[in-house]
Design a protein around this ligand. Sequence first.
Ligand code: 5AD
Length: 363
Amino acid sequence: MSGLFEKINLGSKLEKQDLIDILNITEQNDLEKLFKAAYQVKLKYIGKRVSLRGIVEISNKCVKDCLYCGIRNSNRNVERFELSKQQIVDGLLTAYSFDYGSAVMQGGERTDEKFIIMIESVLHEVKERTNGRLGITLSLGEQDEEVYQRWFDAGAHRYLLRIEASNPELYKKMHPSDHKHERRMECLHSLQNVGYQTGTGVLIGVPGQTIEDLANDLMFFKEFDIDMIGMGPYLVHPDTPMAKEFPGFEQKRKEQLNLGLKMIAAARLLLNDVNIASTTALQALDPLGRELGLLAGGNVIMPNVTATEYRKGYQLYSGKPGLDENSEQSRLALEKSIAQAGETIIYNDWGDSLHYFKRCGKE
Ligand code: 5AD
């Protein structure tokens, strides 16, 4: 272990085996050392800064049937909702009025032309009404390159599409047979081709996943030259096929949280200048999970700005926090806890990925 920390503290290049050793840490002392070391790297590249993206959950209608996800198409226990164009615009403008500087539109996957046009027109309207000042990220699943291009031309500049598992065999176990790993890869290439700051990530602590899989996921982010990372611990949703593969989940919450934090720390140590989200799934495991994520190397938080009445409809996993809160309450609570963690929120800024500029030679 001391050899590992020596390597980490010297800033030496980490190999896959080092990542495996990091992810296998269990001693509290060593965990603290790890998070501190990752935090130092964050300070070096980013500072004590947190960027916020207000997230609008636009719809839980989804053509996909991922075996872990609460809004999968065949879950009949979900009441489906879809925000109107105006409601989406209002959500995004809420983020703008809170000075978040940047917002995300996320929703179940849809590929019909009506949907594509609606997103395009939301982008046009919001860009116009904020004089181009609100940065907009999309998280709307797999689309043709032409669609990614249209949305980019309409003003979106970042896109999140998790690979979910970089190991194709594990991906197969997590999805029905018509969901293809190759298609995800193709989409990630398209996003980079179009010019988006491209984000990806994985589910952490899924049944059947090994520590080596997770180390390979981190290596995948590096090889793919990813700009942003959004990954979080897997949480059971009872109405999904994967739930029965994780009996005793409730006793494993602390372990899932720590694994999520170790992945953030390892990603920061390996990738240095990328944006790393401290995701809501961490908060679902611990009320201060997102703040712990910041102290382990994360630098982005995505507070919910969806109108309260729709939050219940968008439960990818059970135990989602903030269901009864409104956006103002979410903001005040978050501002307080971020200050307590000793971090500073950067307002009115897009908080772009430094890595993206380096990758494009625009540094
Ligand atoms: N637990 C944690 N994260 C989940 N997601 C979907 N279902 C779950 C779950 N049960 C994540 C997926 C997806 C993102 C929007 O939400 O990784 O990419």
